[in-house]
Design a protein around this ligand. Structure first.
Ligand code: NAD
Length: 504
């Protein structure tokens, strides 16, 4: 959470400084923070990667990325020049521990020039198998000791399963204090996601209704039209459960289900979230059979173009058992949520790209109006659209204008675009600023990550050990396999889609 107080002088060391993430997200985010006046007066960005670049060449590649991907459009030449004077490049292999001394020398030089010890943020925008190597080499070069000023940002994926996540946590804990570790889940930096907490805890209206007495079920859908692109090799070793459910979707669930924190301290908020994960019902073998669905897309057509099936995608095993779709029913076993199902679904090559949370309230206890007055009766719903639309809608029943008494659902809408004229910052801007300010609220704590892995492990193990005989089982441009419809239909519900339909 930021106010317009600037952080202390800061040095960013970005491992993976020539990679896709830095080009598309990190560099544009830092530049936009600069444009909006959030960067400290003294800062330095040291990109590092294997490619050989001079500082000047590196600045040019970042500029190309910014011109292409920044939310503020093409860089202004004067402002870019001023910003880029603080950008440097160091070509090195992360395995070469000698090169870390060079980082130390550069940081010391900045400290001497600025006449103060800067914050130092090591950002690991590299393949996860390098996380332990970088952490160990930083430690060997004695670059991690200042627990107040030195921070490390770890990109996703954090572990491949519970065991590897524990191992990585242990390794990091041997080197860093937990207050230095920023495990990033960029979903948590999104405006609409942060607004879930504002909506719940800054209004008196919703909290009394926010429980099993008034809420019938919750749906969280994160759907994508995209297929694999260049990511086939990474994704084939991961899948929808690891790539999306274990982190992004479970984090959204935590925000919906958490208890009210006492204050906005980062540990207080994170304690409330981890309590949700600890209260979630563990999966038995029967639950995995009855409450989970996996899918893999077949070839088909999307927006008039023929697209390959998952097994035909580049760098994907033609016999792959990896799921590109998952739908899972979760329960949170505590007083607030007992018996309320949380349906989570995510997938690729689906009909639409959207991230939406829908909270469906219970029906009225007694229908006063005769059935012919309700053309399309729908229970009250709170619909939180995270992307592409950024809005919160409360769907209520209203009388249609006219002499007849006809009821139908209407939306009370809070729409970001309509309400605020200024541009919304990107999630990475929020999160990078938080790392500078030393605010860990929106980052995952070690126990949070482990609890999320623990929850999904029985599903992961079953899916891995038992090859699906039905793959591929959904066509491109659909809403996933039919069994996903059956999963929710068995409980008398249906998946809400965008634009939202009101079947029930
Ligand atoms: P990438 O393959 O585009 O970039 C990898 C970077 O690592 C390059 O800068 C390369 O020079 C560097 N590198 C590779 N081997 C090296 C070595 N031996 N020594 C020094 N540098 C080396 O990868 P990416 O897409 O930027 O992803 C980086 C990390 O961020 C991954 O963990 C990924 O899961 C995560 N991530 C990426 C995105 C994204 O949109 N690209 C989104 C979320 C998370």
């Amino acid at each position: 959470m930021n106010t317009q107080i600037k952080s202390d002088p800061t040095v960013f060391v970005i491992f993976g400084g020539t990679g896709d993430l830095n080009m598309r997200k990190l560099a544009p985010a830092l530049y936009n923070l600069y444009l909006d006046g959030w960067m400290p007066k003294q800062f330095s960005i040291i990109g590092t990667g294997r490619t050989k670049y001079t500082d000047e060449q590196y600045r040019q590649t970042l500029l190309d990325g910014i011109n292409q991907f920044s939310r503020s459009g093409k860089a202004d030449p004067v402002k870019w020049k001023a910003f880029s004077e603080s950008v440097y490049y160091q070509s090195s292999d992360v395995k070469d521990h000698e090169s870390y001394k060079e980082f130390g020398t550069r940081i010391e030089k900045h400290a001497a020039d600025w006449k103060t010890k800067p914050n130092v943020i090591y950002y690991m925008a590299v393949s996860p198998n390098f996380f332990p190597i970088i952490a160990s080499n930083l430690s060997k070069a004695k670059l991690t000791q200042d627990t107040k000023r030195v921070r490390v940002v770890i990109e996703k994926p954090f572990g491949h399963d519970l065991e590897s996540a524990k191992e990585l946590n242990q390794l990091l804990a041997n080197i860093f204090d937990e207050c230095q570790i920023y495990r990033i889940d960029h979903y948590l930096g999104k405006e609409t996601v942060q607004n879930i907490m504002a909506f719940r805890f800054a209004n008196s209206l919703f909290e009394p209704l926010w429980n099993r007495n008034y809420i019938e079920h919750v749906q969280i859908s994160v759907t994508e039209q995209l297929g694999m692109g260049e990511r086939g090799d990474y994704y084939d070793g991961s899948g929808a459960l690891r790539d999306m459910i274990q982190n992004h979707l479970l984090q959204l669930l935590c925000l919906v289900a958490m208890e009210t924190p006492i204050n906005w301290e980062s540990d207080e908020v994170r304690n409330r979230k981890v309590e949700v994960l600890r209260a979630m019902r563990p999966f038995t073998a029967d639950d995995v059979r009855n409450s989970t669905v996996r899918g893999q897309y077949a070839k088909g057509w999307m927006e008039g173009k023929e697209v390959p099936g998952y097994r035909e995608e580049a760098k994907v095993d033609p016999q792959s058992n990896t799921e590109t779709f998952a739908a899972i029913k979760f329960f949170v076993d505590n007083w607030r949520w007992q018996g309320v199902p949380f349906y989570l679904r995510t997938g690729k090559r689906l009909h639409q790209s959207a991230s939406v949370i829908t909270i469906q309230f219970r029906d009225v206890p007694h229908k006063v109006f005769p059935s012919e007055t309700s053309e399309s009766w729908a229970q009250n719903r709170l619909i939180i659209s995270i992307q592409p639309e950024m809005s919160i809608r409360l769907q209520v029943q209203a009388k249609r204008p006219g002499l007849d008494m006809i009821l139908n659902p209407v939306d009370m809408v809070f729409d970001y675009k309509g309400t605020y004229s200024n541009q919304t910052p990107e999630a990475y801007e929020t999160l990078l600023l938080d790392t500078m300010m030393g605010d860990q609220t929106l980052f995952m704590r070690g126990d949070q990550v482990e609890s999320a892995w623990e929850l999904v492990m029985p599903i992961l193990n079953t899916w891995q050990n038992k090859k699906s005989l039905s793959f591929p089982n959904y066509s491109a441009d659909s809403w996933g396999p039919e069994s996903a419809e059956a999963l929710i239909a068995r409980d008398g519900f249906h998946w809400f889609t965008l634009p939202l339909t009101s079947k029930k």
